[in-house]
Design a protein around this ligand. Structure first.
Ligand SMILES: CC/C=C/CC(=O)SCCNC(=O)CCNC(=O)[C@H](O)C(C)(C)COP(=O)(O)OP(=O)(O)OC[C@H]1O[C@@H](n2cnc3c(N)ncnc32)[C@H](O)[C@@H]1OP(=O)(O)O
Length: 636
């Protein structure tokens, strides 16, 4: 199903032989895998050429196998391995490269096409989507709009158009295979990194990881021992489960034997339930629990998930630097702290990266991979690839307070609380339910740390203003009453019990609001649904535009993915940035200008320069915004 031969003494020529169009049957995939193994392990081979017999590169999946179950090696890991290989691979495309065949060509480091060749992703015409990397690699190669057009129409393109788009490196009238062999010989000395379309850098393989966390209670109970005896908290447990269920050995670190036993039982229970649901056996043998940091000395990677406190995290990383091997990667699970400040206390800042999991970590799909300015490409690639292995939707983001998701949340929540201050407490769901679920004390602690509230701050001097801008102290007042949300059974709403989920309006909150408004002479007025939506969502999107300008997210689609998978943004709205584009950027700008004029002390309502620029350029569609953004984070 594939012929393997050595030509020109050093080029492995792999010819697919599955007539009539060399489709990727299970036997062909198997033969490609075997041939690639030979080529990569044979020291005589310096380069590889893949071509198809009888003037056809590859017609994609073998439609004759569609009726039966999938057999043989899966295509995606095979393609990834070709791309990641250390010897240049050249695709010699004659006839057709369609569907999976085109995806095979995309993982080759170079593509030579005969002038009569045709390429395309016709999956959509079969009612499916390209699922072997085409939807990721093609946009990276030729940009989102050109790729989307090809993916959504399924159109075949000529070799000339492929050359113009940047899909192929050369078009030839001669035998494409012979041209490709010569090309491969010249490619031997050239670096491969930039030729890998999906990954600018090869990730490390992670076989073992440690997960460590410190619960809040431990923070207060064992202050002297911080960093020396961490313990596994809620996030740590979820992360440990995610790792073990994909076959990675996990050392979970606990602070003391009693907690060790509780943690062990909880993780084992979670893994067993998960395995039962999936009809597989639980991988309990991969788990080890310890109270000794010394046990981490040989792990490939550590995911620190200690309590969200910078001083504590720094101490943990200092300890880890002493214990772990110099090559061990350090990941911090923080929801907004400075990843670079943590990297700075280690002996290996280039090996430090943020992995922001969302709670519960074994359930929530989203993972923000936070790239610090000193994180190496390999470190980022490894975190992205590990996230993929864990089944996460991963988005690489830059390092700033709150990263993307939580940074955008601030203006959104601010607007909701200002609306609460001004008018009707009318949200049946939304910000307040979400805050109750997340825990109101989380934001309260952040505000205290940033000097917005707390015993050092005089709330009346001046009232309802902090750091020169409008400030609503109602959330602080709720927290001061010990109402931290669902976990305490009381928050913005009341619940039937601690940890309960059945939210009911609480008359005490209504009284608190009325007292507050009368103290400050606020006349409540009805606020239209339209104003609520516009102020909250346009402020959210406005911060998204700022994030794009700052190079913290590479593209608006990334922001939308974060909001869809991490923050429950309604799927049918497409995410905050897509929603803004659907509403119309001109309207978003006009409304933000209107609200900023009415609330000049709320800087988040001031339209961002990027939004203004896009409107001035005629409000291009989302996929074109990138062309108008100057700052791009080097890693994203
Ligand atoms: C594994 C990862 C999954 C990826 C998804 C996919 O790859 S989906 C499949 C994507 N590929 C296609 O949709 C290609 C469909 N085929 C065509 O468009 C055309 O057949 C062609 C390749 C452009 C050739 O067209 P032409 O007009 O020259 O010839 P025919 O249409 O008459 O086809 C000739 C014979 O080839 C058989 N054939 C075509 N494609 C496949 C295929 N993918 N698998 C198996 N066999 C294929 C076709 O059935 C004809 O056979 P006959 O025995 O002569 O009838």
């Amino acid at each position: 199903m594939a012929r393997y031969e050595l030509v020109k003494r050093s080029v492995a020529l792999i010819t697919l032989t599955n007539p009539p169009v060399n489709a990727l049957s299970s036997a062909v995939r198997h033969a490609i895998a075997k041939s690639m193994e030979c080529a990569l392990s044979d020291p005589k081979v310096t380069a590889v050429v893949i071509c198809g017999e009888n003037g056809s590169f590859c017609g994609g999946a073998d439609i004759r196998e569609f009726a039966g179950p999938l057999k043989g090696p899966p295509l995606v890991p095979l393609l990834d391995a070709i791309e990641a290989g250390e010897k240049p691979v050249v695709a010699a495309i004659e006839g057709v490269a369609l569907g999976g065949g085109f995806e095979l060509a995309l993982v080759c480091h170079y593509r030579i096409a005969h002038s009569k060749a045709r390429l395309g992703l016709p999956e959509v015409t079969l009612g499916i989507l390209p699922a072997a990397g085409g939807t990721q690699r093609l946009p990276r190669l030729i940009g989102i709009s050109a790729a989307l057009e090809l993916i959504t129409t399924g159109r075949h393109i000529s070799a000339q158009e492929a050359l113009k788009l940047g899909i192929v490196d050369q078009v030839t009238e001669q035998n494409a295979c012979e041209v490709a062999v010569e090309f491969a010989l010249r490619a031997v000395a050239k670096p491969l990194l930039s030729r890998r379309v999906s990954m600018p850098c090869k990730p490390r393989e992670i076989r073992s990881a440690a997960v460590m966390g410190i619960k809040r209670e431990c923070l207060h109970g064992h202050e002297q021992d911080l960093g020396m005896v961490p313990s596994l908290g809620t996030m740590g447990r979820g992360i440990a489960v995610c790792l073990a269920r994909v076959g990675i050995s996990v050392i979970a670190v606990e602070s003391e034997n009693k907690l060790l036993e509780t943690g062990r039982q909880m993780v084992i229970g979670m893994l067993e339930r998960d395995a039962k649901r999936r009809g597989v056996s639980a991988s309990l043998n991969l788990l080890k629990f310890t109270i000794s940091l010394q046990d981490l000395k040989d792990v490939n990677l550590v995911i620190e998930a200690v309590f969200e406190d910078m001083a504590l995290k720094k101490r943990v990383f200092q300890e880890l630097s002493k214990v772990c091997r110099p090559a061990t990667l350090f990941c911090t699970n923080t929801s907004g702290l400075d990843v670079d400040a943590l990297a700075g206390v280690t002996d290996r800042p280039h090996l430090v990266v943020g992995m922001h999991f969302f709670s519960p970590a074994h359930v929530m799909k989203l993972l923000e991979v936070v790239c610090g300015p000193r994180s190496s490409s390999e470190t980022i690639a490894t975190a992205m690839s590990l996230g993929k292995r864990m089944g996460k939707v991963r988005v690489a983001v830059g390092n700033c307070p709150g990263f993307v998701g939580n940074r955008m949340l601030k203006p959104y929540i601010d607007q909701a609380t200002f609306l609460l201050e001004e008018g009707d407490f009318g949200f049946a769901m939304g910000v307040f339910r979400m805050s109750d679920l997340a825990g109101l004390d989380v934001g309260w602690r952040v505000w205290k740390e940033s000097g917005l509230t707390g015993s050092d701050v005089d709330p009346e001097n001046p009232p309802r203003r902090r750091q020169g801008r409008r400030y609503c102290p109602i959330p602080d007042m709720v927290c001061e009453k010990g109402r931290f949300g669902q976990k305490t059974g009381r928050g913005w709403y009341m619940y039937d019990k601690r940890g309960g989920t059945n939210a009911k309006p609480d008359p005490l909150i209504q009284i608190l609001l009325e007292t507050y408004r009368s103290k400050y002479g606020i006349q409540p007025h009805n606020i239209s649904n339209q104003e609520i939506i516009e102020r909250c969502l346009f402020a959210l999107a406005n911060e998204g535009f700022r994030i794009l300008e700052d190079g913290i997210a590479a593209r608006p689609e990334d922001i939308d993915v974060i909001y869809l998978f991490g923050y429950g943004f309604p799927r049918h709205r497409g995410g905050p940035m897509f929603y803004a584009s659907m509403v119309g950027l001109e309207r978003v700008l006009e409304r933000l200008e209107h609200y900023h004029q009415a609330h000049p002390d709320v800087p988040h309502l001031k339209p961002s320069p990027l939004l203004k620029k896009l409107v001035a350029c005629g409000s291009p569609p989302v996929q074109k915004w990138r062309e108008h953004i100057k700052t791009m984070h080097s890693h994203l």
